[in-house]
Every structure is written in C-alpha cells, then in structure tokens.
Design a protein around this ligand. Structure first.
Ligand SMILES: Cc1cc2nc3c(=O)[nH]c(=O)nc-3n(C[C@H](O)[C@H](O)[C@H](O)COP(=O)(O)OP(=O)(O)OC[C@H]3O[C@@H](n4cnc5c(N)ncnc54)[C@H](O)[C@@H]3O)c2cc1C
Length: 367
C-alpha cells in the first residue's frame, strides 16, 4: 500500500456508510460515494499504509471511472499503456505478438498496485480513513449493519461494505464458504528498466516461457521500472498473503538455463521478491443482506489469470455508488439488491473464467 500521512483523531462509531478494508476496492468505493455526495468511513486493519505489491493491469472501463472521479491525471502519470503481449522462448527469441486488448474492452494499462492505491487515497477525505482497525465480525441489527473490531469497538452504519479482500470477515455474515488454496504462488519482483535487454522496449507485456516455467514482465512507473511475475506450484501457501519474502536465489534457480539477459534482470531486482498465494472461492448466490454488502475480492475473488481482480473491484465501486445515489439511501435493501443484480452475473463469469484450481467448478455449458 501507499505511504500516507493519515493521523488518527477520533474514530466515528455511528456513520452512514462504513467500508471495511482500505484496499483498491474499499478506497474506490469511498471515492465513488464521495462523488455522489455520500460520506463513507473506511476501517483498515493495517496500521501503516505501505507501498508493497507489484503490477496490476487496469482496463479502459476502470480508467473511465477514474476520469469521472477526478483521479485520472495521477493514473496517466504512472501507468503504461500496453502496446501488446510479446511471447519469447527461454533463449529470448521472439515467438509472436498478441494484442493487449484480450478482453475486447479497449486499452489496457500496466501500473503498480501501490500507485493505484495512492491515487484513490488522494480522492478520499483523509479524516475518513481509520487505520489499525481489524474487523472480527459483522451483523445486522434492526435498521443498521454493525461491524465489531478486535479491540471491542463497534461501528453502526446504515450501509456496511465488506471490502476486506480474499479472507473477508464481513463475507462470513453472508456466507460461510471455504477458501481454496489453488496451489499456485505468484513471486513478484521489481527491477529498473535500464536492466532490460536493448531489443525489449518497456511498453508491453513480455512472457518468457519454456514448458511450465514462465516469467511475465510488465512496465511500471512511466516505463522506468519493470515488474517480474512468476507463477510457481507449491503444496502449502506462504504464511502471509502479501508480505512473505523469498530469496532472489529461488527465482534464479527456477530459471536456470534461461536467457542470460533474463538472469541479469532478476539479479538487478530492487525490492525483496515476495511470494503471494493464490486463493479462490466458489461464486456465492447472494452478496448482500439488508444493510451489509460485499465488494471486490470479498465478493468474487479471481485468480490473476485474466488480470481482472482490481478492475472488477473498481467497477463494483462505481455500480454501488450509482445504486446508493439519488434516493438510494432511503431504501437501502433495494439499492443493495440492484447493485448485486448489476454486478453478479458478469463477475461470476469472470471469476470462473479466471479459475486455476480444479476445486472450482466450471460454468455449465451455455452460461
Ligand atoms: C498489500 C497488497 C498488495 C497486493 N499486491 C498485488 C499485486 O501486486 N498484484 C495483484 O494483482 N494484486 C495485488 N493485490 C490484490 C489486489 O489488490 C486485489 O486482488 C484487487 O485489487 C481487489 O481489491 P480488494 O479491495 O477487493 O482487495 P485488496 O486490495 O486485497 O484489499 C483488501 C483490504 O482489506 C484489508 N483487510 C483485510 N482483512 C481485514 C479486516 N479483518 N479488517 C479490516 N481490514 C481488513 C486489507 O488489509 C486490505 O487493505 C494486493 C493486495 C494487497 C492488500
């Protein structure tokens, strides 16, 4: 997450909208709601927002929302519009190029997750972001949703939005389904683009592959940095979702025999390589109760295969703000139902199309 100067003054415990989780989806929801005149308070487990993570691909429909929300300038300053997907063999010989617009949605951009996080944070009233608050339970109580935190405090809200990611606590108030470890782990590193081979302009996604080994390179920060993503199979997940470090030597061993230029790039890494487990869930039929709803990974986690996790969280935020705008806050159960009806069919398809675990059931034919 991004560095910030948020200082805690007092934590409001009775609010209109309480968002649990200040990740991409939670902050996008706060920005989108602010645009339609609704103040949302965001409660985040992390004590300090830090710039960790790697590349996310952001697609045109999400960028259009950034424009509506007044945060697109910061996006364009950091993001790199992908000029294509270049596939190379293990010796670095080009095999072919694919258009970057895999989804038919228009332009695709590569950007550091922390930069997206920072631009969304800039669109939120800083006094509405409350750090160091780990939610442990959410429940309905009369005409309010209630979130209970680890320190015993409780927040009551007309709307509770669970944007607390793949291991969502808020989701448990709606469905107690199982989290599935896909046995895939993404190793994420970062290098300066100056360390890239001369014949590889840093304006596209590269896939360097042999058999099951694959290194993905994605341009970041106006093309000055390059993200290095590798997916490995492991029997057990790393302990932490986003912060577990692995020695660079593990990546070097894995790519033994590949193009020496790739080895040099790995050696030029500027940050610790982190191992992020890929978890998945089955789609659930309902995301909302009367005053509690879900958004982003809490609602429909997606394996990174299609690069849609951040996009769908951002687009959920746009849809939820539209549903709650106007007189939406006067009939909240109805607004949450409309939000679910708009978003669930599409995100279910994407969730299943991105699946990587055999434990996730395929879509029935024709759906
Ligand atoms: C630190 C971090 C780094 C990431 N790096 C990458 C990356 O490099 N590439 C990539 O493709 N995806 C990455 N992701 C995941 C990606 O951001 C999401 O899959 C996607 O953007 C959907 O966003 P989300 O808001 O639903 O979930 P997330 O962005 O994961 O946000 C969830 C938020 O909820 C908070 N939270 C969790 N549990 C609680 C709780 N009990 N109480 C309060 N708050 C809670 C988390 O700390 C987090 O801030 C990262 C996520 C995080 C948190």
């Amino acid at each position: 997450m991004s560095e910030s100067n948020i200082t805690e003054i007092s934590v409001p415990l009775e609010v209109d909208v309480a968002i649990v989780g200040a990740g991409i989806g939670g902050l996008a929801a706060a920005v989108a709601l602010r645009q339609v005149g609704i103040t949302a308070h965001v409660y985040e487990r992390t004590k300090a927002l830090q710039a960790i993570g790697g590349a996310v691909v952001i697609r045109e429909p999400s960028v259009r929302l950034f424009e509506q929300w007044g945060v697109a300038d910061r996006f364009y300053a950091e993001a790199v519009q992908l000029q294509g997907i270049d596939v190379r063999d293990s010796e670095g010989t080009p095999i072919g190029t694919i258009a970057a617009d895999l989804t038919g949605e228009g332009n695709a951009y590569s950007v550091h997750r922390a930069d997206v996080h920072a631009l969304l944070l800039s669109g939120v009233d800083q006094q509405c972001v409350h750090l160091g608050m780990t939610s442990v339970e959410a429940f309905e109580d009369g005409d309010r949703g209630v979130v209970r935190f680890a320190d015993g405090r409780q927040v009551r809200a007309k709307v509770v939005i669970g944007a607390d990611g793949i291991k969502s606590v808020v989701r448990k108030s709606i469905d107690n389904d199982a989290l599935i470890f896909s046995k895939l782990v993404v190793l994420r590193g970062l290098a300066p683009s100056a360390a890239m081979p001369e014949d590889m302009p840093n304006d596209r996604l590269y896939s360097w592959e042999k058999d099951s080994r694959q290194m993905l390179l994605l341009p970041l920060r106006g093309g000055n940095e390059v993200a290095m993503d590798t997916i490995m199979v492991r029997d057990t997940p790393p302990q932490d979702l986003w912060t577990s470090e692995v020695p660079t030597s593990e990546l070097l061993d894995y790519f033994q025999g590949f193009d020496p230029d790739m080895i040099k790039l790995i050696e030029a890494g500027t940050v610790p390589v982190r191992a992020n487990p890929v978890y998945e869930r089955e789609p659930i039929a309902i995301w909302s109760t009367a005053h509690i709803t879900l958004l982003g990974d809490a609602a429909h986690p997606m394996a990174p295969r299609a690069g849609q996790g951040a996009n769908q969280a951002i687009q959920d935020a746009g849809a939820l703000a539209r549903a709650l705008s106007g007189d939406g806050m006067t009939n909240i159960p109805d607004a949450l139902r409309r939000y679910h009806e708009e978003r669930a069919p599409l995100t279910k398809k994407m969730q299943l199309a991105s699946r990587s675990s055999p434990a996730i059931k395929p879509l029935p034919v024709g759906k």
